[in-house]
Design a protein. Structure first.
Length: 692
C-alpha cells in the first residue's frame, strides 16, 4: 500500500495530538493527582504511536511506546508524577515534534533519542528517582546458544576474513525480539538501522527482505564489521524497545572458519522445516478452497456494533481556498457591474434577477471568507509550554495570561506570525521580567506576568505582548545605540521616546550584556520587524521604566473582500472599511478648532483630531477650506477616535481588496485598491495610519 497519499493527513493529525499532549501535560503538572488527565494523555500517545507505526516511522513509534509505558504505570497508580518525570516526558514531546517537523520537511523522521529512551526505561523500572540522568544502558539476558546459523558464500567469507586481518572487529550477532512484540519486523529494522550507522552488515538470516516482511519467528542473526566494542554494541541494541536479548560474539579467523563449517547443516535443517510448513499451508489452502460454502457457514456472525458518528470536518489545501477566493473576487466585480447596469437600464426583470443574485452571492461571500479565517489560538496554544520551559531555565516565575485567543485571522498570516511572536515572548521573559530577587527588591510579587492578547480593530488584528518587568530606560538604550554606531549623540538628543524605543528594531542592535539562546542571540528584534512588515503589518513599543513594556503588533486581516463606504474627494474616489467607521456626520466650518497647531472638533462631548483627506493625499482641483460645511467620517482604532473630512458620500459597497503590487512603494494611509462596478479604480484608505 502506498502510504504517501496519507502523509499530509498523518502530519496534520500528529501535530494535533502533540499539541493536545503538551496542553494536557501542562494541566497535569498543575494537578498531578488528576488521573482523568493522565487517561487523556495516554490515549493521545497511544493513537500517535499507532499512526506512526502504520506509516513506518519507527523511531517516532518506539519513543511514543516508551512514554506510553510510563503513563500506563501512572494511570494504574503504580507510579506518581514527579518533576523529573514531567521533565523527561516534555523532552520526549520535544523530540517527537522534531521528528514530525523532519517528516514535514521531507525527511524520514529519524533521531537519536537513546538518552531519553534510557531515562524512560529507568523510570519504568524504578531504577531512577531523579538526580543524574541515567546512562543509556540495559542488562542483557545471556544467550546460551546461537539460535540460527548464517551460511556464508566464498566472497562473504573472504570479506570477513580480510577485515579481521586488517584490524577491524567482526561480530556474530544473535538478536531475540520480545514474545509480546506486535511489530517484530519494525524492531528488527531498528536494530539494522542502528548497526549500519557504525559499520556494515555482511549477511543476515533470514534475509533483510524477509525480516522487513516479518517472515521470521522471534530471532535473527547476522555477521557485522565495525570498530566498536562488543559491550557497546550489546548495550545499544538492548536500548531498543521490545528487544529481549542480544548475543554479540567477536570472531577471530579460526572461530569464523568453525562457524561457517557448521552453518551448512543448520541451514539445511531449517530449509526442510520451512518446506514442510509451506507444504502444509498449501494443502490447507487447497482443502479450504474446495469447500467455500462450508468455510462461509462456519464463520461466526459479526457482533452488532453501534455505528460511529461520521466526521463533521474535512481538511482542505490552502491553495484551493486561494483559488476559490480569487474566483469569487472576480464574480463580485461582475456583480457590481450588473447592479450598475440594472440601475441604468430601468428593466424590472433584470433588476429583480440582479437583486436575487446579490443576495445569493452575499451568503456565498460570508462562507468563503469564514473558510480562510482561523482563531489565533492555533498559534497561542504552543506558548504556555514554551514559557514554562523558559521560566525553569532562567529560574524565574512567570504567569502567562492569554486573552482574545478566539480572535480570527487569515490562515496565511497565522502560518507566518508564529516566529515573530516567539521572539517577542522570549524577549519579554528574558529581558523584560526581572529575576525573583530583583522583583522582591523592587516591591513586586515574585511571579512576573506576561500578557498575550489579541483583538480586532477595523480591518486589522492587534496582538499585544505586555510584561510587568523593568521596562525600557531611554538613556541606557540611547547610550547603547550610540556606542554601537546606530545613531549619533546629536541625533539621539532630538529623538522622542517612541523614536528611541524603535531603535530596538535596528539591524544587529541588542541590549543583552551576554548573548544567549533564550532571546536576541546577538540578532536583536530586527528580524521581528522585517517579518511583520513583510506581512503588511507594523509593530510599536510603549514602555514605562520600572513598570513594564508593551509590544503592539498590527496585522492586516488580508481579506480579499470587505464592506466599505465609498466617498469622493474632488475627482478621486476612496473606500473606507466599514469596520473602522463609528458614524458619519456633517459639521460646520466654524466647529473646527485649532488647538496647539492641531485641528480638533467636538464629538460626543470630547475633542477628537480632525483630518482632511484632501490635505493628506493632495487631491488636485479641490479645497475643502472653501466649503461652509463638510461631511466627516469618524474612524476608530482601539479606544481612540478621529474625524476625516470628505466631499461626498457615494454609498456602501462590497469591494475586492487588491494589492498595490511591488511596483508602487508602501504608501502610508493606503492599504490597497479596488475595481468599482464602472471599471474605475478606487484607493482603499487605512484608517489606522491616521491615528497615532
Amino acid at each position: 500500500m502506498d502510504m504517501n497519499q496519507y502523509l499530509s493527513m498523518f502530519i496534520d493529525e500528529s501535530n494535533d495530538h502533540l499539541q493536545s499532549l503538551n496542553d494536557n501535560m501542562l494541566q497535569l503538572e498543575g494537578n498531578p493527582e488528576d488521573l482523568g488527565i493522565v487517561q487523556v494523555i495516554f490515549r493521545s500517545a497511544h493513537t500517535l504511536k499507532g499512526m506512526a507505526a502504520t506509516m513506518g516511522f519507527e523511531d517516532l513509534a518506539s519513543l511514543t511506546h516508551k512514554m506510553e509505558n510510563v503513563l500506563d504505570l501512572v494511570r494504574n497508580e503504580k507510579l506518581k508524577m514527579q518533576d523529573y518525570i514531567f521533565d523527561t516526558l516534555f523532552k520526549s514531546l520535544d523530540a517527537l515534534e522534531s521528528m514530525v517537523q523532519d517528516i514535514t520537511s521531507g525527511g524520514e523522521g529519524k533521531a537519536d533519542v537513546s538518552a531519553i529512551v534510557a531515562s524512560l526505561q529507568a523510570i519504568e523500572s524504578g531504577e531512577w528517582t531523579g538526580g543524574e540522568t541515567p546512562a543509556a544502558t540495559a542488562t542483557a539476558k545471556p544467550v546460551e546458544s546461537i539460535s540460527s546459523a548464517v551460511d556464508l558464500d566464498e566472497f562473504q567469507y573472504s570479506v570477513l576474513d580480510q577485515s579481521i586481518a586488517e584490524g577491524h572487529r567482526v561480530f556474530y550477532i544473535d538478536v531475540l525480539v520480545s514474545e509480546d512484540s506486535q511489530l517484530k519486523g519494525v524492531r528488527a529494522y531498528m536494530v539494522f538501522d542502528l548497526l549500519e550507522r557504525a559499520g556494515e552488515v555482511v549477511k543476515s538470516f533470514p534475509t533483510v527482505q524477509d525480516i522487513e516482511q516479518e517472515k521470521f519467528e522471534r530471532s535473527f542473526s547476522l555477521y557485522y564489521i565495525t570498530t566498536k566494542e562488543a559491550q557497546e554494541l550489546e548495550k545499544s541494541i538492548l536500548s531498543i524497545s521490545e528487544i529481549e536479548s542480544a548475543k554479540v560474539i567477536q570472531l577471530d579467523q579460526e572461530t569464523l572458519q568453525q562457524m561457517t563449517n557448521q552453518a551448512a547443516a543448520a541451514v539445511e535443517a531449517e530449509t526442510v522445516a520451512i518446506a514442510t510448513a509451506v507444504s502444509q499451508e498449501i494443502a490447507t489452502a487447497v482443502k479450504t478452497e474446495e469447500k467455500p460454502e462450508e468455510k462461509q457457514a462456519a464463520k461466526p456472525a459479526a457482533p452488532t456494533k453501534q455505528a460511529a458518528a461520521p466526521s463533521r470536518t474535512i481538511r482542505v489545501d490552502i491553495e484551493r481556498l486561494d483559488v476559490l477566493m480569487n474566483l469569487f473576487s472576480e464574480l463580485l466585480i461582475d456583480r457590481s457591474r450588473l447592479e450598475q447596469l440594472a440601475s441604468e437600464t430601468g428593466n424590472n426583470d433584470l433588476s429583480d434577477t440582479v437583486a436575487h443574485l446579490s443576495r445569493v452571492s452575499s451568503d456565498l461571500q460570508n462562507i468563503v471568507l469564514k473558510l480562510r479565517m482561523v482563531p489565533v489560538d492555533t498559534v497561542f496554544n504552543r506558548f504556555p509550554r514554551m514559557i514554562r520551559d523558559l521560566a525553569k531555565t532562567l529560574d524565574k516565575k512567570i504567569d502567562l495570561v492569554i486573552t482574545g485567543a478566539e480572535t480570527e485571522l487569515d490562515r496565511t498570516v497565522i502560518d507566518e506570525i508564529g516566529d515573530p511572536l516567539v521572539h517577542l515572548l522570549r524577549n519579554a521573559v528574558d529581558h523584560g521580567v526581572e529575576s525573583i530577587t530583583e522583583r522582591i527588591a523592587a516591591g513586586k510579587p515574585e511571579m512576573g506576568t506576561v500578557n498575550l492578547r489579541a483583538f480586532h480593530s477595523g480591518n486589522h488584528v492587534f496582538i499585544e505582548i505586555e510584561d510587568d518587568g523593568k521596562g525600557i530606560y531611554r538613556e541606557k538604550l540611547l547610550q547603547t545605540a550610540i556606542k554601537r554606531g546606530v545613531v549619533t549623540e546629536e541625533q539621539g538628543a532630538k529623538m522622542s521616546d517612541d523614536e528611541v524605543n524603535q531603535l530596538l528594531f535596528a539591524p544587529g542592535f541588542s541590549t543583552a550584556d551576554k548573548i544567549s539562546d533564550i532571546s536576541g542571540r546577538g540578532v536583536g528584534l530586527d528580524v521581528v520587524k522585517s517579518k511583520i512588515t513583510s506581512l503588511g503589518g507594523n509593530v510599536t513599543i510603549h514602555s514605562t521604566p520600572g513598570k513594564g513594556t508593551n509590544f503592539s503588533v498590527q496585522l492586516p486581516l488580508t481579506l480579499s473582500i470587505i464592506a466599505a463606504m465609498l466617498v469622493r474627494v474632488g475627482s478621486e474616489k476612496y473606500a473606507i472599511p466599514l469596520s473602522s467607521i463609528v458614524e458619519t456626520a456633517i459639521v460646520q466650518r466654524e466647529q473646527v478648532r485649532n488647538i496647539h497647531g492641531n485641528k480638533m472638533i467636538t464629538f460626543r462631548e470630547s475633542l477628537i483630531p480632525y483630518l482632511s483627506l484632501n490635505e493628506v493625499f493632495g487631491v488636485p482641483d479641490f479645497n475643502d477650506e472653501d466649503e461652509s460645511e463638510t461631511e466627516i467620517v469618524v474612524i476608530r482604532k482601539g479606544d481612540r477616535l478621529a474625524a476625516v473630512s470628505v466631499e461626498e458620500f457615494i454609498g456602501q459597497s462590497e469591494i475586492v481588496l487588491k494589492s498595490m503590487g511591488t511596483y508602487l512603494p508602501s504608501i502610508e494611509g493606503i492599504s490597497g485598491a479596488t475595481i468599482l462596478g464602472d471599471g474605475q479604480v478606487a484607493l482603499i484608505v487605512d484608517p489606522n495610519a491616521f491615528i497615532k
